[in-house]
Each structure stands twice: as C-alpha cells, then as structure tokens.
Design a protein around this ligand. Structure first.
Ligand code: DX5
Ligand code: ZN
Length: 236
C-alpha cells in the first residue's frame, strides 16, 4: 500500500446486499472505488452486530485493492491477529474501546498491517499527539458509530482541520466516516481529509445487477470533494 493524499472513496459494505458481499465488492471496485470499508460491530461497543474475521477472509479474494477494516468492538486486542490473517490492509480501532490504545496500535503494526485510530464525535484530539508515531490513519467519525444512513455531524469539520495541522508532513491518512454525500464531502475534503467512507450514498439506487448507479454515486462524491480542493488551493 503506497501513501498519497489524493481523494479516495471507500464504500462501506454495511449498505451492501448482505447475501451477496463478494459480488458487491467486485461491483464497487469495477465502478471506480478506491478502498473497500468493512464495518465490524459487536453489539457491545456499538448497539449493532455485523460480522467478524471469517466474513473478511471470505470477501478478501473479491477485493483487488485495499480492504479497510473498521473495528467497532471492545475488547479489540484478542481479535487483531484474526483480522490481519483475514487479509485486512488497514485495521482501525477506536480510542474509546479500551484503556490501552497505544498497545493496540503497536499490536496492529506488529502484524505488518496499517494501523488506524478512530475517534467518536464526542472525543477530542488530545491523545492523538501522543500516538502519531504509531499511526497510518486517523478516522474522524462524523456520526455516532453503529448504523449507516445517519446525518452528518457538521461540528466535526473543525476537528478535521485541527488534525490536519497536527499531522503536518507525516504520511497519515485522514478518513471521514458517516453521512458522507456530495454535499458534505467538500466540507471535509477542504479541511484535509483524503479517505471518504460512504455507505448509503454509494449504494443507493444500484445493485449487483444494476451497478452503474454505484459508479455515478462514487463519481459525484469524488467530483464534489476534488472541486473543493481546487477552491482551497485557488484561495491560497
Ligand atoms: C457507522 C459506520 C459507517 C457507516 C457509514 O458506524 O462506521 O461506515 O456505514 O454509512 P453512511 O455513509 O450511510 O453514513
Ligand atoms: Zn466505518
């Protein structure tokens, strides 16, 4: 996985057809997505249940690019090896999921995978400064985690801007997760985000038998985000 700050669209398969994950992953990649975002929920850290490492291993052969695994589980540490073995490229754990996030990030890096840190909307950036050397990605949640299709929390945009300043030249991705649409993508892209997770806004209107809407949705989000960067650069 090479590092770059270009806008990357990462559809969340939480909004895909659960009976057809392999075909859905092939469809969104064929329609132009960059990463595939996989939301793992445990019914304990968040009030919803999805799937575990066996499902990740099952879909891995259907994903050519980056498999981005977002762990909304507590505890995290006992499962890191399993998600690495399942073929995750990025493993993201929540700061709020336990008292030993430093150890968790070390353990993720120890598997050879990229380490991500997710922050809930109510969590500040204070701890991030102490973790920068262990991070490949910071995920700013723009909804409270647990469900797709929620409303974007606009107060998080300032957090993204502050995080971008904190990261400086370090090769750390800023990912946005929740409520990303062509309307909200420009706000977070201009603030410094480069990975945009989108579930409902990518999968709406399409299916594996009619995948063209996926492509149109991905292009609309990307175009809106890139246009805001054009304006940001022009303003400098
Ligand atoms: C929320 C998940 C998100 C979610 C995004 O807990 O982490 O990835 O599926 O869905 P939308 O884009 O519909 O808000
Ligand atoms: Zn997610």
């Amino acid at each position: 996985m090479s590092f770059d700050r270009r806008i990357k669209i990462a559809p969340s398969i939480l909004s895909a057809d659960f009976a057809n994950f392999g075909a859905e992953c092939r469809a969104i990649e064929a329609q132009g997505c960059d990463w595939v975002h996989v939301d793992v929920m445990d019914g304990h850290f968040v009030p919803n249940l999805t799937f575990g490492p066996a499902m990740c291993a099952a879909i891995r052969p259907h994903i050519k690019g980056v498999m981005d695994v977002h762990l909304m589980i507590a505890p995290v540490d006992p499962y890191i090896e399993a998600f690495a073995a399942a073929g995750a490229d990025v493993i993201t754990a929540h700061l709020e999921a336990g008292p030993h996030i430093h150890r968790t990030l070390q353990a993720i890096r120890g598997t050879g995978r990229k380490a991500g840190l997710a922050l809930n909307p109510g969590t500040g950036l204070d701890a991030v400064g102490h973790l920068l050397d262990l991070l490949d990605l910071v995920c700013i949640m723009t909804v409270n985690p647990g469900f797709g299709g929620q409303k974007f929390i606009a107060s998080q945009v300032d957090k993204v801007r502050d995080l971008r300043a904190m990261i400086g030249d370090r090769p750390i991705h800023i990912e946005i997760d929740g409520g990303v649409t062509p309307e909200t993508a420009p706000l977070v892209a201009a603030a410094g985000a480069d990975v945009l997770v989108a579930g409902s806004a990518v999968f709406k209107g399409g299916s594996v038998d009619n995948p063209e809407p996926y492509g149109a949705n991905i292009r609309a989000i990307r175009a809106a985000a890139e246009a805001s960067l054009g304006r940001a650069f022009a303003a400098k």
